[in-house]
Design a protein around this ligand. Sequence first.
Ligand SMILES: [Zn+2]
Length: 110
Amino acid sequence: MNKEVRNARIKSINGQIKYYENYISKIKFFESDWIDQSFYEDELSSTAYVLNNLRNQKREIERSNENSSPEFCIDCGERISEKRKNAKPWAVMCTDCSSEYERIHQDLAS
Ligand SMILES: [Zn+2]
């Protein structure tokens, strides 16, 4: 991976980390409004899991200059398709997980 791709990936991951941190603070803020408490807890723990993976991924990239782009989705563990990796070399999630998270965040923002 060249320096530009690497920096783009770190930038992308930083953006995602910020996004999920913001998301966690939002769901914590609205905790009492959640009717389904177990859904709230699931949401909190899965977001914390994704955040943790993103931080690990960032650490790995920073540690290595020649790190190849990630092969597996940080969320579901499925292999990220070549097509997606070519289009978005910094992608850390598969297409399905990525659109699922975008959907959740759009719901929350609306
Ligand atoms: Zn996935």
